[in-house]
Structure formats: C-alpha cells, structure tokens
Design a protein around this ligand. Structure first.
Ligand code: MG
Length: 456
C-alpha cells in the first residue's frame, strides 16, 4: 500500500483552506472517501466557517463524479449531520468543519452509516486509497445525483425532543441564556429550546466564520458575557457551544461557568440514577469526580484515549448508555453515541426539571476536585523531546493510555498529552488539594518551558 503522513487527526482531517486544504486535495480525498463507501447516498454538510459551503460543494462534486448520489444539508451542526446520516438511511456522511479550532482552519469529518466517525482502521483504508489513487472509476454516463436534504435540521430537532421528558421540561418555563458563539448550533439549538418552552436570551446568535463574539472554543474564561447575561436576566441556566455544536459548556444561575466535566458529572449522576447497571465510557483526561459517581452507583467505568471516536466506539462495543469527555462533550447512546451539545442541553434541562434545587446547588453537590489546564505551542521535534524527557524523569505511577498520566498521590494526577489536531502539548492536572495542584503544574510547566527554550 502506498503510504504517506497520516491525514486524519484526533477528529477528522484539519487544515487551512488554500494552503493544505486545496481544491485538488479536497477532490481527491473526497473520491477516496467515496471509493471507501462504494455507494451512496452520502450526506454532506458544513458548519459556519469561511469556505465551508465551497468545500462542501467540492466534496459533493467529487462524489458525484465517481457515481455517488449526494444529499446536501447546507449549514448544520456536526451532531445533526451524524444523526441524520443514521436516521435518514445514508451510507455515510461528510461534515466540513474544524470544530473549535481558530477561524483560519477548516476540515473534513467522516461518518459511517451509523453516524459514528470512521474507526482508525477505516481512516487508514481511506488514506491508502488516497495515496495509491485507486479511486472508483469516473463515468460521464453514470454521474451521481445531488439533492437538497431539506429535512435534516427538523429531523434532528425532533430526534432530540423525543429523548427527553418534554412536558416536564415545558412545565418549568426555564429562562436560558444561549451562546451559540457564532457557530452552527445557531441553526438548531434555538428551535429545540423554544419547543421546550424556554425563554431565550440569545448571545452571538449570528453564524459567522470569523467567530467575532468569543471565538469557537467555549473555554470558561471566555464566557463572561454569558455569565453576565445569566445574572442580568435572572436565567436558571446558561449554555455555550463550540463552533460545530457538539460540545456544550454550562453556566449556573449565579453566573458561575463550569468546566465540561462538572456538567457531564451531573448528567452521569442523573442518567445512572435512572439506568441501574449501566456503563459509562470516558477518557483518560476526565475528572475523578466521574469515578466517584460511578462508585456511588456501583457502576462500571471504562477509560479510552482522548478523542470522540474512541469514546463512541467503546460505547458501541460495550453498549454504554452514556459517554463523556472533560471538554464538555457528552454522548447519549439512546440518541446517538456521538457527542452532541444540544442533546446534552436538553438532558441538563430534564435533570433540572426533576430537581427542586437550583443548578448551582446540583453542581455543588457533586464531588469536587481542583483542576488546571495549560497548553504549549511546540514543533513535532519539541513534542518528542518533551514526552521522552518526562517519560524518563517522572516520579509516580504512570498510565500511558494516551500521553503520560502521572499519579503523584491517591487523588492527584497530571496528564501531558500532544494534541492530535494542533501543534501543541496539552497539560491537565487534578487534585483534591489546591497547593499540590499548583506545585505540580509549576513543576511540569518549568520542565516543558526549559525543553522549549533549549530547542529554540
Ligand atoms: Mg466540536
């Protein structure tokens, strides 16, 4: 098999339009994907990034050229496209998105007929077809058809509403601050919340590839406007999505924005109280709060590498009800085992509607750990040098499911992990003791900075 560098990262192929995502590359990789699927129809959609519609058009044309039919959803959140692929009987889906990456990026994410991202092995098969250029032959007499898939958003909205207790949520008439961050959930989430009788305070609602509001990544420190809106309007909850709408970050009624694993822990607690015997899937970077909750319910918890594909596949393999990532990605198998920001929001509203307590009290009742995150930009060589150095010098029990997770006590760990999509190293740490956390973060930040300075 002809080989070259891996094209798929942690979550699809990412690049900069006009630099690495050229029209030629898009055409050839789309033909490779179409050849892999063998037949259509394939559902193609895009988020609100610059050139998204143009890339989606190139993808559609390339698929039609090799004889595959193409449904075009236009602007759509990633989880909506994935849900529609499965629900509307497509053979596969291609989503043009770069999720939470900076505005200059775009990318391609491929789902199979079950709506779940291709497995690592399937990605490698696609890459093999691409490098060997063994595309399905084009035949001018057998060009595929294209059609607008006009029912995609409404199908998604109905799908989510069918998985929650609509009447119970409606009866509470929640006031919700909704920050779609100029991203693709602007096309679906407002409809879902309005059908749940929520009174909306909308922020950054306009879909815009520059993400002028607060950028495409909803990190808690960037959500001050959401926090203020919740407080000013007396909302019971605030929610912010990433650029393509598969991740959600929540703000309680006091205006406190929580890391994704707090809301995910709350949902885990809620869902598992309703599903005795269920299995949770999470990643090696998730909070110990999840372990504590699993223990409380006597449930099994499975840990995978960081990456939504790994969580989805483990959920299917073990028939898990719920999956979660520390970044706010939640996967609800009765809907579809991929992360979905709007499904997560509807579930949080259902949990709130079943509780007498305000959101902040529900979150406060969960096990709490101190956490810190930092990221360092570095080249591939620097990544290699850093990981090698830490593997040799680290003191503590090391887990190497993904990157290096170093336990320096029963309740204290630090995870050093190269990103699969960007030239950065991510460092996460967690402890039940804030002083231990701070000293651990400074110790490893110092090591990483020294290696970066030495290699300049
Ligand atoms: Mg995303």
């Amino acid at each position: 098999m002809a080989t070259g560098k891996r094209l798929f990262g942690t979550s699809g192929i990412r690049g900069v339009p006009g630099e690495d995502l050229t029209p030629e590359f898009i055409a050839e990789i789309s033909q490779a994907i179409g050849t892999f699927f063998e037949e259509g129809p394939i559902l193609v959609g895009h988020d609100g990034r610059h050139f998204g519609h143009l890339i989606a058009n190139n993808v559609a044309k390339a698929l039609m050229n090799i004889g595959l039919d193409v449904g075009e959803s236009g602007l759509i959140p990633t989880p909506a496209l994935q849900y529609c692929v499965r629900k509307m009987n497509y053979i596969g889906g291609i989503m043009v998105t770069a999720s939470h990456n900076p505005p200059k990026y775009n990318g391609i994410k491929v789902s199979g007929s079950d709506g779940i991202d291709l497995t690592r092995n399937e990605e490698i098969i696609v890459e093999g077809i691409y490098y060997e250029k063994k595309f399905r032959p084009a035949n001018i007499k057998a060009v595929g058809n294209r059609f607008h898939e006009t029912e995609a958003i409404s199908t998604y909205v109905k799908g989510i509403l069918s998985k929650v207790d609509i009447e119970k949520i409606k009866s509470r008439r929640f006031k919700v601050a909704l920050d779609t961050g100029n991203g693709a959930q602007g096309a679906a989430a407002p409809q879902i919340l309005e059908k749940l009788n929520c009174k909306l305070i909308s922020l950054n609602a306009e879909v815009d590839g520059d993400f002028p509001g607060r950028g495409p990544e909803p990190t808690p420190d960037l959500l001050k406007e959401l926090s203020e809106a919740v407080k000013t309007h007396g909302a019971e909850m605030g929610v912010a999505f990433d650029g393509d709408g598969d991740r959600s970050i929540f703000c309680d009624e006091k205006g406190v924005v929580h890391y994704g694993d707090r809301s995910a822990a709350l949902l885990a607690d809620y869902i598992f109280s309703k599903n005795p015997g269920a299995i949770i899937v999470t990643t090696v970077s998730a909070s110990q709060a999840i372990d504590d909750i699993a223990k409380k319910h006597g449930l099994r918890i499975l840990k995978t590498r960081v990456g939504s594909v790994d969580v989805s596949n483990a959920m299917v393999e073990h028939n898990a009800v719920f999956g979660l990532e520390e970044n706010g990605g939640c996967f609800y198998n009765p809907h579809i085992p991929v992360r979905d920001g709007a499904m997560t929001t509807a579930l949080i509203l259902e949990a709130l509607s079943n509780s007498e307590d305000p959101f902040s009290d529900m979150l406060d009742a969960l096990p709490r750990y101190h956490q810190a995150k930092i990221k360092f930009e570095c080249s591939k060589e620097q990544v290699h040098a850093i990981m090698k150095n830490i593997a040799v010098t680290a003191k503590g029990k090391i887990e190497s499911i993904d990157g290096l997770k170093i336990w320096v006590g029963e309740k204290t760990w630090i995870l050093i992990r190269p990103s699969g999509t960007e030239p950065i190293i991510r460092v996460f740490a967690e402890s039940d003791d804030s002083e231990k956390l701070n000293s651990l973060m400074s110790e490893y930040s110092k090591i990483i900075k020294e290696i970066l300075n030495d290699s300049v």
